[in-house]
Unconditional design. Sequence first.
Length: 95
Amino acid sequence: MGRCIAWRGVLIPGKEIWAYGMSGPDQGGYAVLLDDRAMGEFTAEAERVDYRYLLFATGGLDDGLVHTLTLVNREEGRYLTFDYMVVQSETGDTR
């Protein structure tokens, strides 16, 4: 695990997306973009470490499109730790 300026992943078509990572005292603020549109700013800073922290979730997406999720670390000297994502489509879950 290390410092991440930005992480970008191209996803298969899906209606719902969940992105998981880590929260804890060394984690910081981050921004989320979905299909290059700003979805908001969040923080993963927490008193205790959680290795299955939900970084971002959304639904109601067009299942026929390929979606791109971008996570951007917003705090110098803090961590943004991305681990995995789950994508649900009409044909089932993709991990």
